[in-house]
Ligand binder design. Structure first.
Ligand SMILES: [Zn+2]
Ligand SMILES: [Zn+2]
Length: 167
């Protein structure tokens, strides 16, 4: 299957982030999938300003835990956040597990973590105001569709070896 590439625009965060409670203080991402158009890379991390290929700073909201793929600032030393599911209001139901893991050092790729996987898996969602659930899976190209980052956390598996989500 030919890889779909997306033209990504980052807009000011006035909408509810697609990843609910897992994403805090972040820019909201929206994308229009266009065959043959290369994804636009952002030179600096929107939070810590790391440039492409450089490690995120310690407190960066964008950095992922390289052991579990979740937001790194949500890990405590040696403990990880476990996502149990998505709440009816669109938030993420989480728990904690002490396991002594090392979060590693994520680097800024030029794109928001998980966007490439959503495109590869063709996972999109639209926000439904007062909906239950708030985010509804839709086909690519649906007006208002954004990358379904919630679904990655719930349905995909993080590969520490590949440093990405897999199915
Ligand atoms: Zn960063
Ligand atoms: Zn971690």
């Amino acid at each position: 299957m030919a890889a779909l590439r997306a033209e990504v625009t980052t807009v000011a965060d006035s909408d509810t982030p697609a990843l609910g409670a897992v994403v805090v203080h972040t820019a909201h991402q929206s994308a229009r999938v266009v065959e043959g158009v290369t994804a636009t890379l952002t030179h600096e991390c929107p939070d810590c300003r790391a440039v492409i290929g450089d490690e995120h700073d310690d407190g960066c909201d964008v950095a992922r835990c390289m052991a579990y793929g979740t937001q790194r600032v949500q890990c405590s030393p040696g403990a990880r956040m476990v996502v149990r599911g998505i709440l009816p209001n669109g938030g993420v139901d989480v728990d904690w597990e002490t396991d002594g893991h090392d979060c590693g050092r994520d680097v800024w790729s030029g794109r928001w973590p998980g966007l490439a996987e959503c495109e590869e898996f063709d996972w999109w969602a639209v926000f439904v105001p007062y909906g239950n659930p708030s985010w509804r899976p839709v086909a690519a190209g649906t007006p208002g569709a954004v990358h379904d980052l919630n679904r990655l956390v719930v349905e995909a598996k993080w590969s520490p070896e590949l440093r990405r989500w897999v199915r």
